[in-house]
Design a protein around this ligand. Sequence first.
Ligand code: SF4
Ligand code: SF4
Length: 222
Amino acid sequence: MIITKQKMLSDIIKAITGYKNIFITGCGSCATLCKSGGEEEVAQMEKYLKTKGFNITGSTIIDEACHVLLTKRTYREHLSKIKKSDAILVMACGAGVQASSNSVEIPVIPALDTLFLGNTIRFGVFEQYCSMCGDCLLEITGGVCPATRCPKGLLNGPCGGVDDDGMCEVDRTLKCAWVEIYESLKKRGHLDRMKKIIPPKDYSKNRHPGSLTLKKRKGSAK
Ligand code: SF4
Ligand code: SF4
C-alpha cells in the first residue's frame, strides 16, 4: 500500500489561497486505509475549509484515485460541479494527484505527502519493507531487504555500529537488518548464504518514469 500523510492545514490553506470554489477528491484505497484521504477525512476537510471561507462545490471518493480511466469517468459524472470549481484539492498519493491533473483542466492541488510503499503491521501502523529497487534479492537474504531495512542500505553484512543487543546504530528502536537476515537464514537452514557476495544493484531496472504493459508470456502460468 502507498503510505500518505496529510500536509499541515496551514500549508494546504497556503496552496489553495487565491481559489474560492474548491472541489475535494479522496481515494477509496490506500489513502482511506492510511486515514489521510478517505470519506471521514474528506468530510473533515470540507468542514474545515468552509470555516476558512472557501466554497466547496462538491466532493468525491474515487475507488482508486491513481486509476486514470476511473478518475476521468468520475470527473465526467461530476462535470457540472467541476465546472463551478476553481481548483481540485486531492487527498490521495502523488499518483492520484497526477491522475486528477490528467483528467481536468483546472488547477489540482495535493493535500497529502506520499511517503513510501508500506506493509501494514496492524491497524494504523505501517512500515517500509521494500523500496521498489526493481532488482529483488530477497531469496539471498532470507526474505529481509537490506536495501530498505538497513538505513545505510548495506548489501553485504552489517556495519560496525550494531549494538550488543543487535539493534541498529542509526535507530536504536530497530533491530539491525543484518541481524534479522542472519536469524531468518539460520531458521531456514540457509546460513551459507551469508557468505554470498551481493553485487551492486542494477539500478537501471529502476528507471524513472517506470512503465509496464502486461503481455501474455510464453510458458507463463496463466
Ligand atoms: S531488494 Fe528491491 S525489490 Fe526486493 S524487497 Fe528490497 S527494495 Fe524491494
Ligand atoms: S546497524 Fe545494521 S541496520 Fe543499522 S546501519 Fe548498521 S548494518 Fe544497517
